[in-house]
Design a protein around this ligand. Structure first.
Ligand code: HSE
Length: 284
């Protein structure tokens, strides 16, 4: 029997669409053992199927290992699903690691697992922090290899997720995005993204506030989150926090320079119920 803990993640972080991600000390847990027959428990029984992303990731890893065998997994999904906290990357990383540990003696490196898991997910921005922790930037080389770089996040910044009581689909949220962008949107994104990485590392909140603005996905996705404008106004009213969409939403991420930010935040007149949770960065 092996036990795995895989962290929740926020992808994008504003202008870092499909390439930046952050990992939190907030985890899903998995107990896994070898078995003759696939069995996925701890979730809705409808998810006990071969199409479950845990199973897809497990089987892809077994193929790389050139091994045959199955498993019984009991999931403890503390991270809410379909909320923009990387739950899909979470099960994919767990599936890859489970195969590697149960049948491969752990011979695949984290980087090899990163390649397999990203190919299952389709983009690396949740997968990289779920494996390596911290703040990660990822890029796909022309030969299909995914490269990542990990950065340490300043302890002068405080991260608070606001999780609503409704779900959204990443597939639908991706369909809302334009196929093409203008040159000025491209320049905005490159410049803001580079300096966002600098601001998160240095803890320079004034810089963070300036560069944490996205033109690629947030303007198109905020309509899926009815309380977005109200919450943005509330979070940013004192000038000590910025609000972003976590991944493809609907969870929102506030980054603040004020350590009492989460404790003092009062959301009023929202249409949905929101859980406010301050999270520490998982360093990996
Ligand atoms: N970068 C992805 C998106 C994250 O925004 O669609 C969600 O998986």
């Amino acid at each position: 029997m092996i036990k795995l803990k895989v962290p929740a993640t926020s992808a994008n972080i504003g202008p870092g669409f499909d390439c930046l991600g952050l990992a939190y000390s907030f985890y899903n847990e998995y107990n896994i053992e070898k078995s003759d027959k696939m069995l996925i428990e701890g979730c809705d029984p409808a998810f006990n199927t071969k199409k479950n992303e845990f199973n897809i990731a497990f089987e892809k890893t077994m193929k790389v290992l050139n091994k045959k065998g199955s498993y019984h997994v009991v999931e403890n999904p503390f991270v809410p699903a379909s909320r923009g906290l990387g739950s899909s990357a979470n099960v994919i990383v767990a599936g890859c690691k489970a195969a590697n540990l149960l049948y491969g003696n752990g011979k695949l490196s984290d980087d090899e697992i990163f390649q397999i898991a990203t190919n299952v997910e389709g983009h690396p921005d949740n997968i990289a922090p779920a494996i390596f922790g911290g703040l990660t930037a990822s890029v796909m080389f022309e030969n299909g290899y995914y490269f990542h770089k990990k950065y340490k996040v300043s302890n002068k910044l405080y991260f608070t997720v606001l999780i609503p009581d409704f779900k959204t689909s990443t597939k639908i949220a991706r369909k809302l995005l334009p196929k093409k962008y203008k040159r000025e949107e491209m320049v905005h994104t490159i410049s803001h993204c580079i300096l966002l990485v600098e601001a998160l590392q240095s803890g320079n909140f004034d810089l963070l506030k300036t560069v944490c603005k996205d033109v690629v996905h947030e303007p198109y996705r905020k309509r899926l989150i009815k309380d977005y404008d109200l919450i943005k106004k509330t979070v940013e009213k004192n000038g000590d926090a910025v609000l972003l969409i976590s991944g493809s939403g609907p969870t929102l991420l506030a980054i603040s320079k004020n350590k009492s930010f989460a404790k003092n935040l009062k959301l009023k007149h929202t249409k949905s119920n929101w859980i406010v949770k301050e999270l520490k960065i998982y360093e990996g």
